[in-house]
Design a protein around this ligand. Structure first.
Ligand SMILES: NC(=O)C1=CN([C@@H]2O[C@H](COP(=O)(O)OP(=O)(O)OC[C@H]3O[C@@H](n4cnc5c(N)ncnc54)[C@H](OP(=O)(O)O)[C@@H]3O)[C@@H](O)[C@H]2O)C=CC1
Ligand SMILES: O=C(O)CCC(=O)C(=O)O
Length: 424
């Protein structure tokens, strides 16, 4: 049925397939025109670049990079850049489409894009990372732009990489252009609150979901998979709101303490331990996958896509899943999750705090003025809560899961904008 047929990957989930399945379901319920369906399912632009980089050894290695612009109907396209060995075109296409739906769900004036480079940042020096990021930026100079396509961090990239991108782009224009990228260091025009924004949005969504399920946060328990930008702040902020964090994890494994983990201590341990939780003494180490099936109230997958699949979904005991990561649940697990009555606050809603504060960063760059952290957090919390409520009401109206409701809200917003514009 779909024009951009996801490539079959033997024995592996394909996030593009998950995105398309849910998109199709929402479209059937919403009843958009065939023309609109074809416009929304096809990325507007897909760029693949070859990036030769001189490694510290003197060897020249060529990396493959991608930037997919899914939609520009609501405004300039927006989305992070992922540095990870598993990056591939289908993954970036799915992530780009999710950005379109995410921006529409929280009602910010952006389309959707995503970028990625297949590389392993864990094995690269700072110098190699810098040369790769500058090469990627140079290759995409005609794609990026503050009114065109605005990148941001994702897995494996952060403020440091955004600074290099901003510098490389600015040099090509002969002037400083801070609004070309968000998630920058504060001194370069980054926004207060951006670093913790995605985790903060996860916390707000989790509390909104708990309220519906009548779970008292002060008696609630949670497990958080992934302890990078999203997972660590989600854990810290949920803990601040009273939730006991029983398990956390990173690549090195999962760490479990049924009395609750001291999250600030785990964050400090990780930064003093070369960015790894390995050997964390405040909890017992358990196999990484066991975290997903622990008897907790709230499960926050905040690492990568397709960690909840048909194979492990029946073991999930959580009452709620709040998706910090993009696409952590394969569509093949959806029916069982619904049968089990587990509430899923979907990625395109739960992790939208990051792009919301990116939008605030872009606005501040453009007006040349800095907002206070208090203003940013207040506005982010309001947007996240209002968006949750809108998705929740839509789920009641259509009698569907919050995930399908979020797609309905998003597709409705983008398609009605397109109708008014009469083209783009
Ligand atoms: N950063 C942002 O603002 C946003 C990010 N997201 C999404 O959130 C997810 C995480 O992104 P982000 O936090 O930025 O990325 P980071 O690179 O900062 O962190 C990723 C974390 O996941 C861990 N991890 C990777 N694989 C596994 C695994 N198999 N089991 C357990 N942990 C694992 C990593 O471990 P280790 O530290 O050992 O490498 C790391 O702790 C991604 O899906 C991203 O697209 C969504 C919205 C915005
Ligand atoms: O902050 C942004 O602009 C995008 C963040 C992102 O890539 C995401 O939400 O998945």
């Amino acid at each position: 049925m779909s024009y951009i047929e996801p490539a079959p990957i033997k024995d592996k989930e394909n996030p593009l397939e998950s995105m398309m399945q849910r998109f199709d379901k929402a479209v059937d319920l919403l009843g958009i025109s065939e023309e609109m369906y074809h416009i929304l399912k096809v990325p507007r632009k897909q760029v693949i670049v070859g990036l030769p980089v001189t490694m510290d050894s003197g060897e020249i290695k060529t990396f493959e990079g991608y930037r997919v612009i899914h939609s520009t109907i609501l405004g300039p396209s927006k989305g992070g850049i992922r540095f990870d060995p598993d990056v591939n075109l289908d993954e970036v296409r799915a992530l780009a489409a999710w950005m379109t739906w995410k921006c529409a769900v929280v009602d910010i004036p952006y389309g959707g894009a995503k970028g990625g480079v297949a590389c392993n940042p864990r094995e690269m020096s700072a110098g190699e990372m810098e040369r790769l990021m500058r090469a990627y930026t140079t290759a995409l100079l005609d794609v990026f732009g503050p009114d065109q396509d605005i990148p941001a961090p994702d897995m494996g990239t952060g403020p440091r990489e955004m600074a290099w991108l901003m510098d490389e782009y600015s040099k090509s224009k002969g002037m400083t252009v801070p609004a070309v990228v968000t998630g920058k260091p504060l001194v370069l025009g980054g926004s207060l609150g951006r670093t913790e924004a995605t985790g903060r949005g996860v916390m707000v969504s989790a509390l909104a979901g708990m309220e519906k399920l009548r779970i008292n946060p002060y008696r609630a328990t949670a497990a958080v998979q992934g302890f990078g930008n999203v997972g660590s702040y989600a854990a810290l902020l949920l803990r601040e709101r009273g939730v006991a964090i029983h398990a956390i994890s990173d690549i090195s494994g999962a760490y479990y303490n049924d009395k609750g983990i001291d999250v600030a201590d785990a964050v400090a341990y990780r930064s003093s331990n070369n960015g790894s939780l390995e050997g964390y003494p405040g909890a017992e180490q358990i196999p990484g996958d066991d975290l997903l099936t622990l008897p907790v109230d709230v499960l926050v997958p905040a690492a990568k896509e397709d960690v909840i699949t048909r194979k492990n979904v029946s073991g999930i005991q959580a009452k709620m899943i709040v998706e910090g990561a993009n696409g952590p649940t394969s569509f093949k697990a959806d029916d069982i999750i619904n049968e089990k009555g587990i509430m899923v606050v979907p990625d395109i809603l739960a992790n939208a705090g990051g792009v919301t504060v990116s939008y605030f960063e872009w606005v501040q760059n453009r007006i040349g003025y800095k907002w206070t952290l208090e203003r940013i957090n207040r506005r982010t919390d309001r947007i996240m809560k209002d968006s949750f409520d809108k998705v929740y009401e839509t789920s009641l109206k259509y009698k569907v899961s919050l995930r399908i409701a979020a797609y309905i809200v998003a597709i409705d917003k983008v398609s009605s904008t397109y109708k008014y514009r009469g083209g783009f």
